[in-house]
Ligand binder design. Sequence first.
Ligand code: ADP
Ligand code: TRP
Length: 321
Amino acid sequence: MRILSGIQPSGSPHIGNYFGMMEPSIRLQDEGEAFYFIADYHALTSTHDAAALRQNVRELAVDFLACGLDPEKAVFWRQSDVPEVTELTWILSCVTPMGLLERCVSYKDKIAQGVSPSHGLFAYPVLQAADILIFDSNVVPVGKDQKQHLEVTRDIAQKFNDRYGEGLLVVPEPRIREETATVPGLDGQKMSKSYGNSIDIFEETEKKLRKKIMGIVTDSTPVEAPKDPEGSYLLQLYSLFASAGEVEAMKASYRAGGTGYGHYKQQLFETMWAYFAPMRERREALLADPAYVDGVLDSGAAKARAQAREVLDRVRTAVGF
Ligand code: ADP
Ligand code: TRP
């Protein structure tokens, strides 16, 4: 089984990125051939500052490795080090109906958020399809917001196979975990960098993390009154980090009343801080060793390129080059 996923270098990763994409990818690296990359071609749709892009790529590489991506098990590279993917993008563009892209909600969402409507932004799902198809990927772990892009990828693969020959491209399956499909942000909406409601995996200081967590929106039930565990974002966030027993205990305490939300926030803060402690330690070591990080990305790129070349050659022959 080949597992593949990508993540854009668009600033510090948050816990929605972690539970939606990074943690499932890390977990899957033991179950097959894992291929993970930093989607810097994609980031050009929104990051127009070269120094910032370079820095975001480096930081994301460090953060992903710190979280447990193991370069002994997974191939890990920078998307732009495998330019074969852009050639496949063009070939796939020519089997992609306009209507398929016009239906994509992420394009409309990004424009609504103020991203400039370039052709790259519109064609983004074709590049994503090429990312996936060029590695004969079977399984793609992502958060729920990527579901439509995976459907587009499957459609494009099928269109290509219909036109040029069955079985030429592998049709992939998304892997979306129900429990973490959409991690809520501080305000209960989907956690997202662009909504300003995110909690980073590696907040700079303990104090900053505590302050963020204290800012989670709760209702105005008084301290002594019982509270409804249903629909509580605070509890949803807590259950990402706590054991089933700890979650049950917090729910029971909600129902009993007599405890204020501030107390539960403190518990969430402590649990989250402890959860990421070993990763923070690894991150410090990685930050001190940039040559190691470069080495991982360079050797990953060499392996990824060799694989990509095979599929691209198969496709080039199929289309008549
Ligand atoms: P953002 O919305 O902050 O810009 P991205 O769109 O860059 O995040 O998402 C990167 C990866 O993280 C994708 O696989 C996406 O599905 C996942 N992801 C992002 N936000 C969440 C969330 N709130 N819950 C679950 N997964 C998420
Ligand atoms: N579009 C994805 C996101 O914004 C990133 C991505 C690019 C990706 N190429 C991919 C994810 C291929 C999975 C597979 O999060």
